[in-house]
Ligand binder design. Structure first.
Ligand code: FES
Length: 141
């Protein structure tokens, strides 16, 4: 089921927008070459929020907490100062497309009709922005 998340104009190249969909925290981001992608908002390393702590570098989303990098398919790596890439955990990604000016996600409908907070059969999408709760300090190592 395709669910519109945000206006495509809200996510320019290099942009990252936080969205809650049902009980999941997601980010919609766009590569430097213009591809929109949707992934879990939390870095698989130490759970930093990827809108608050993330930056787009080329075609990768970089978590600036410890510089793990994720491509649009979620593949995780870390690049050392010599350019070597070490494999890291992946971030969960979701299929996305742009339709009628919106970035949409292919979302497996998890709630039966009538569940959730938006009324019968609805799925709640909420653009969250990186508010104070999303900028909680993360443990550093
Ligand atoms: S929390 Fe993201 S790289 Fe460590």
């Amino acid at each position: 089921m395709w669910i519109p998340l945000v206006s495509a104009a809200e996510v320019p190249s290099g942009g990252i927008v936080a969205v809650d969909l049902e009980d999941r925290q997601l980010v919609v981001w766009r590569t430097a070459t213009g591809r929109a992608a949707v992934c879990d908002a939390r870095c698989p390393h130490q759970w930093s929020h990827l809108e608050a702590e993330g930056v787009v570098d080329g075609d990768e989303l970089v978590c600036t907490a410890h510089f793990w990098r994720f491509d649009a398919e979620g593949h995780g790596t870390k690049r050392n100062v010599l350019g070597r890439r070490d494999e890291k955990s992946a971030v969960e990604t979701f299929s996305s497309r742009e339709e009628a000016g919106m970035v949409e996600v292919d979302w497996p409908r998890s709630n039966p009709p009538g569940a959730g907070t938006g009324g019968p059969g609805s799925i709640v999408v909420r653009a969250t922005g990186a508010g104070p709760d999303d900028r909680r300090p993360q443990p550093r190592i």
